[in-house]
Write a protein that binds this ligand. Structure first.
Ligand code: ZN
Length: 179
C-alpha cells in the first residue's frame, strides 16, 4: 500500500487532558436530553489553556437539537477562542457510561475548522477508567477545511499568551490577523 501509516496516537493523557476529562464528566449532569435520555458532555481545551464545556441540548423539534461537541465549540468561539487542542467526550445512559461516544460527522467537521486535525486530540471516555485517544484526522481523514478556500486556520488567541513549548516540531501559530 502506498499510503503512509500514521504512527499510533499516544494514548497517555497529559495533566491538562486529565483535567479535561474531569470537566467533561462533571458537565454530564447539565445535559438536556429528555427524549433520548442519552446524555453527552464535551470539554474543549484551547491553545490558551482555557477549557470550555458543552452538553447536548435536545429539542421537542428533534432536528433543532445540538450536540455537546458543537455546544462546547460555540462556548469557546463565543469567548474568543479559535484554536482547539483537544476535546474530551463522555456519553451516558441511565447514569452509566456504557460505551465510548465518538463525535458525529457534523461535529467532526465543526472541530476541524478550529484546529490542526493532525494534532487535535479527541479523548473518548469509556466505561470506568477507560480512555481512547484519536486525532481528529484519524476520525475525519482528507477533510475539507479553511485551506481549501485559501484561508489560514485561525491563529491562537492572544488572550492566554501561553508560549508554545520550545523544541516542538510544530510551528508556533502564526499571528495572521487580518486588517
Ligand atoms: Zn455531533
Amino acid at each position: 500500500m502506498p499510503e503512509k501509516k500514521n504512527k499510533k496516537t499516544d494514548q497517555k493523557l497529559s495533566k491538562e487532558e486529565s483535567v479535561l476529562v474531569m470537566a467533561a464528566l462533571s458537565a454530564l449532569k447539565r445535559s438536556y436530553a429528555p427524549y433520548s435520555r442519552f446524555h453527552v458532555a464535551a470539554s474543549l481545551l484551547c491553545s490558551s489553556g482555557n477549557i470550555y464545556t458543552g452538553v447536548n441540548i435536545e429539542n421537542a423539534s428533534f432536528p433543532a437539537s445540538l450536540c455537546a461537541e458543537r455546544s462546547a465549540a460555540a462556548n469557546a468561539v463565543s469567548a474568543g477562542e479559535k484554536a482547539f487542542k483537544a476535546i474530551a467526550i463522555a456519553g451516558e445512559k441511565e447514569g452509566e457510561i456504557a460505551s465510548f461516544t465518538p463525535p458525529c460527522g457534523v461535529c467532526r467537521q465543526v472541530l476541524c475548522e478550529f484546529c490542526d486535525p493532525k494534532k487535535m486530540r479527541v479523548i473518548l471516555i469509556g466505561p470506568p477508567a477507560k480512555i481512547r485517544v484519536r486525532t481528529l484526522e484519524e476520525l475525519l481523514p482528507e477533510s475539507f477545511g479553511p485551506d481549501h478556500l485559501g484561508e489560514k486556520r485561525a491563529p491562537a488567541p492572544s488572550a492566554g499568551k501561553k508560549k508554545a513549548p520550545a523544541g516542538k516540531a510544530a510551528k508556533a501559530p502564526e499571528r495572521a490577523k487580518k486588517g
